[in-house]
Ligand binder design. Structure first.
Ligand SMILES: NC(=O)c1ccc[n+]([C@@H]2O[C@H](COP(=O)([O-])OP(=O)(O)OC[C@H]3O[C@@H](n4cnc5c(N)ncnc54)[C@H](OP(=O)(O)O)[C@@H]3O)[C@@H](O)[C@H]2O)c1
Length: 331
């Protein structure tokens, strides 16, 4: 009998990668989704994945979906709740939307942890590993300098909550995903793709030194990180990094691949805030600034520390494989 992995966010980026990777390894994959009728749910079912209805806001639905799983992948989505209220909440002040989404993410993260704990209590030794997708607390990491990075700080609260769950923590590990390498192609509009061409040079404005290094992750590597955590001792705090690189490194490769000259130009957090007002520009900018100035934390373990042979997708491999046509047509 193949082992079962239950996956939150199966219709999304991280969960989708975990599902296809474990499916290719021969596991029974059970994906959790809110609407069973969505195009992604139907397509996953057609591929042979068991798709079950569950909502993180409904603990009983999590319990049914988690029962019998040998591995559970937990994920919360900060940005869905954030953007669903952004236009209204921003009128209350720049922190209002971040604070709102923070509360929801903490509540949902704790719901997941509580449900996994309950299933562990009920089923004894069935559950072998719980992997929580999380992020380090950047307010603490920056020594209190940056306080707007709600999407990191909320996840860090859930990690701490999980660490306090004695028996469950003994079977858990945390995956801290780096910056998605496809953020540029996905969110080009927000990043200013439509207006950032100067004399034929694409300008990417970032609130950090262009040469500062960051952990980039190719999202399709997520499944490999989860497999690594399943095969490693528990209680790991893993940095999900495909390649450490600077934005200057990124755009050098990007220019070589697309043939479009580019420049990474340093701006201040305040300028980033003004370019995307209402708190969203600052939220993103302070995460970049913390990463550049303070790093992600010495406590995080790298994939190659768990397995010296561990292979990830290179930035060049990702950039060469990406379809940049739509992005380029907008600049
Ligand atoms: N962009 C980056 O650089 C980056 C880097 C590191 C971490 N992150 C974090 O990644 C997280 C998002 O992960 P992703 O990119 O994989 O998400 P995604 O592609 O946007 O998909 C979101 C997933 O969450 C599920 N979901 C949302 N609310 C749910 C609920 N109440 N109950 C059950 N499922 C729910 C959705 O499922 P259904 O709609 O099918 O129900 C969907 O599968 C965010 O919290 C973000 O902060 C992003």
């Amino acid at each position: 009998m193949p082992k079962t992995i239950a996956i939150l966010g199966v219709t999304g980026t991280q969960g989708g990668s975990v599902a296809s990777h474990f499916f290719s390894l021969g596991w029974h994959v059970r994906g959790l989704t809110r609407p069973l009728t969505s195009a992604s749910s139907i397509s996953l079912k057609a591929k042979g994945i068991e798709v079950v209805q569950a909502d993180i806001d409904s603990p009983s639905s999590l319990l049914s979906a988690f029962r019998g799983a040998h591995v559970i992948f937990g994920l919360t989505d900060f940005w869905g709740p954030y953007f669903s209220v952004f236009n209204e909440k921003k009128k209350e002040g720049d922190r209002a939307t971040g604070e709102y989404a923070y509360e929801i993410e903490v509540r949902r993260g704790k719901n997941i942890v509580d449900a996994v704990e309950k299933v562990l209590e009920e089923e004894g030794s069935v559950l072998e590993r719980f992997v929580l997708s999380s992020l380090p607390g950047f307010k603490a990491q920056s020594g209190g300098k940056y306080t707007f990075v709600y999407h990191f700080d909320s996840k860090a609260v859930v990690t701490e909550y999980l660490r306090g769950k004695g028996r469950l923590w003994e079977r858990s590990s945390v995956l801290n995903m780096g910056f998605y390498a496809d953020n540029l192609v996905r969110y080009g509009g927000i990043l200013g793709a439509a207006k950032d061409m100067e004399n034929g040079v694409y300008i990417w404005r970032k609130p950090c030194k262009p040469t500062a290094t960051h952990p980039f992750v190719i999202p399709s590597d997520t499944g490999f990180f989860v497999e690594l955590l399943v095969n490693s001792p528990p209680k790991q705090d893993l940095l999900g990094v495909s390649e450490m690189a600077s934005y200057a490194d990124y755009m050098k490769i990007w220019s070589e691949v697309t043939g479009v000259p580019s420049e990474v130009r340093e701006i201040s957090v305040e300028e980033a805030d003004m370019a995307a007002p209402g708190g969203v520009g600052r939220e993103a900018a302070e995460s970049t600034a913390t990463s550049a100035e303070f790093g992600w934390g010495e406590q995080l373990v790298l994939p190659t520390q768990l397995d010296p042979e561990f292979k990830t997708t290179s930035l060049r491999g990702y950039i060469e494989g990406e379809d940049w046509k739509g992005f380029l047509s907008k600049i």
